[in-house]
Design a protein around this ligand. Structure first.
Ligand code: NDP
Length: 246
């Protein structure tokens, strides 16, 4: 397991699902964690209490990732409270699905603001505070590689954008030994994509492993990328998707 003791992490969107699993795992591996949420204050606070009860250090901050000022302020506040910043996890994301004719421009714009622009904004601010040898880990999607159902073009576009953004940011931060990578999960059982019903069954049939992933499996991969051992991986988009894109 990674030894992240003495490190501090900032996780955009850490109150539920994959982000919460990442917060739990990075804390268990020794990092102090700051996590943001937009609505689920109760869940974010419960997670902080859980991490503290296990002997870790955590704080929850309300910040809409679509609001650049709020997001930057949250990062600055976390750095003040935790005293440093080593790991940024850009996990906040939204999934809007609708038939082409009904897809609203508001949903299109929000998808870009939360899934893409926030990654740029947070990385720009985090880089001002991050120690050399730090880590930026984006949560993309296997839908950047394969989009096998209709209605999700803007979502797939947003996650494909992260592939290029990750490459470019790796060039910006490489000279400081900061790596930037993009983790592309396949279907993972969360509120966004519950492992139940007909849609889930259809997705499972597309995968060699024929099952949903667990948020803990994504968190374990993120922890590895955050570790010293992964220091030669950068600019990469890495799928952890049960073979969805195979
Ligand atoms: P969930 O909807 O279960 O959780 C989303 C998390 O992001 C919550 O903590 C939520 O906060 C937070 N969040 C959403 N919008 C904002 C915002 N504007 N500002 C701040 N926080 C926000 O999603 P998942 O855990 O399933 O997904 C996490 C990431 O993984 C996303 O980027 C998603 O695209 C990606 N992904 C998910 C897959 C899946 O199958 N589940 C597959 C591939 C990629 P709050 O609780 O306050 O609402």
């Amino acid at each position: 397991r990674a030894d992240l003791s003495g490190k501090a992490a900032f996780i955009q969107g850490g109150s539920r699902g994959i982000g919460a699993a990442i917060a739990r795992r990075l804390a268990a591996d020794g990092a102090a964690v700051a996590l943001t949420y937009i609505n689920a204050a109760d869940k974010a606070q419960a997670l902080v209490s859980e991490i503290e009860a296990a002997g870790g250090r955590a704080l929850a901050l309300k910040a809409d990732s679509a609001d650049a000022v709020a997001l930057k302020n949250a990062i600055r506040h976390a750095v003040e409270r935790l005293g440093r910043l080593d790991i940024l996890v850009n996990n906040a994301g939204v999934l809007a699905l609708a038939p082409l004719d009904e897809f609203s421009l508001d949903d299109f714009d929000r998808t870009l603001a939360v899934n893409v622009r926030s990654v740029f904004v947070a990385t720009q601010e985090a880089a001002r505070h991050m120690n050399d040898g730090g880590r930026v880990i984006n949560i993309g999607s296997t839908n950047a590689e394969r989009m096998p159902f209709p209605g999700g073009g803007p979502y797939a576009m947003s996650k494909s954008a992260l592939v290029g953004l990750t490459r470019g940011l790796a060039r910006d931060l490489g000279p400081r030994g900061i790596t930037v990578n993009n983790v592309q999960p396949g279907p993972v059982d969360t509120d966004m994509n519950p492992d139940s019903g007909e849609f889930a069954q259809t997705l499972k049939e597309m995968m060699p492993l024929n099952r949903y992933g667990h948020a803990d499996e994504i968190a374990g991969f993120v922890s590895y990328l955050a570790s010293a051992e992964a220091g030669y991986i950068t600019g990469a988009s890495l799928s952890i998707d049960g073979g969805f894109s195979a």
